[in-house]
Design a protein around this ligand. Structure first.
Ligand SMILES: *Cc1c(COP(=O)(O)O)cnc(C)c1O
Length: 226
């Protein structure tokens, strides 16, 4: 079942890459395993998936302990400052940084462990009031502040687009994210790298790839309805 789903997702990723003249190697597929049992994650691992996304610290930590394979974990959910210490050194990438105070906490904990923490800034590009993330106009300011940190490395941007049954409706969101990323990259700020763009979920990852996503986060399309 999961193997079949992953096969379908892979075919769609390839088609989207072809349409947009991109290489499959530019795209990282993150299997979003939140709420899913370890047994289903094992099924995905058996098909070759190694990148997983979780949105709660406790669940993430439990799964990291239960799974002994060398996997890459992505924190994609809202993060509380007092819980940062539990995941430093365990994640490939934290996608959901949206305040200076949170970045500062990550810097403090990462420096205690003498490690580097790779992060993305979460942007609320659509302006939906229900969403976490920075307003686009506030991103550059935070980028500049984070650039002074020695143990937090900014790698790019992330967004959660509005829920829709019509993926084309989110094209402008992805397009604007790509544009924002290019605008910031062009400022050539020391220690700031804008090479990653995390956008696109089950309903719209193909459009996101066409608009420049490097990381897509697919839950339902792989594990079924939560
Ligand atoms: C749950 C979640 C996803 C995956 O959503 P699906 O629609 O199931 O693919 C992606 N990104 C974030 C931030 C999520 O919380």
């Amino acid at each position: 079942m999961i193997a079949e789903n992953i096969h379908t997702v892979e075919e769609r990723i390839l088609a989207a890459c072809k349409r947009s003249g991109r290489s499959r190697k530019e795209i990282t597929l993150i299997a979003v395993s939140k709420t899913m049992p370890v047994s289903l994650i094992e099924e995905a691992i058996a098909t070759g998936i190694t990148q997983f996304g979780e949105n709660r610290i406790q669940e993430l930590c439990e799964k990291i302990e239960q799974l002994t394979e060398p996997l890459h974990w992505h924190m994609i959910g809202h993060l509380q400052r007092n819980k940062v210490k539990y995941i430093i050194g365990k994640t490939e990438l934290i996608h959901s940084v949206d305040s200076f105070r949170l970045a500062e906490q990550l810097q403090e904990e990462a420096s205690k462990l003498n490690t580097i923490c790779d992060i993305l800034l979460e942007v609320n590009m659509s302006g939906e009031t229900s969403k976490f993330g920075l307003a686009p106009k506030d991103v550059l300011d935070l980028v500049k502040k984070i650039s002074h940190f020695t143990n937090v490395r900014l790698r790019g941007l992330m967004t959660v687009a509005p829920f829709t049954n019509i993926p084309e409706e989110n094209r402008y969101v992805f397009h604007n994210m790509q544009q924002l990323s290019v605008d910031i990259a062009e400022k050539n700020i020391d220690n700031v790298c804008m090479d990653l763009l995390s956008m696109g979920m089950t309903g719209d990852y193909e459009v996101a790839i066409e608009e420049g996503a490097t990381h897509i986060r697919v839950g339902t399309g792989i594990f079924g309805v939560r």
